[in-house]
Design a protein around this ligand. Sequence first.
Ligand SMILES: [Zn+2]
Length: 78
Amino acid sequence: MTSIPEHCPKCRGHMKQGFVLDVTHGGRGISQWAAGTPQKSFWVGTKLPEEKLIPIGVFRCESCGFLESYAREEFAPQ
Ligand SMILES: [Zn+2]
């Protein structure tokens, strides 16, 4: 069981939770993880797999800026 990081693996600085903002024409969203390799589609850009997407939570070191990402259900918007 992996716990969320409290200290930076590089410099032991404090890790702060956030997410990668995805700005589109439709507004703002959170980048999500999808299984498999991306497949280009002329009509919709990148095709999405049938499986559910998982929102990506990203932790940032407040000292050195190192980013650590987790694709976990609990990062879904409340
Ligand atoms: Zn750091």
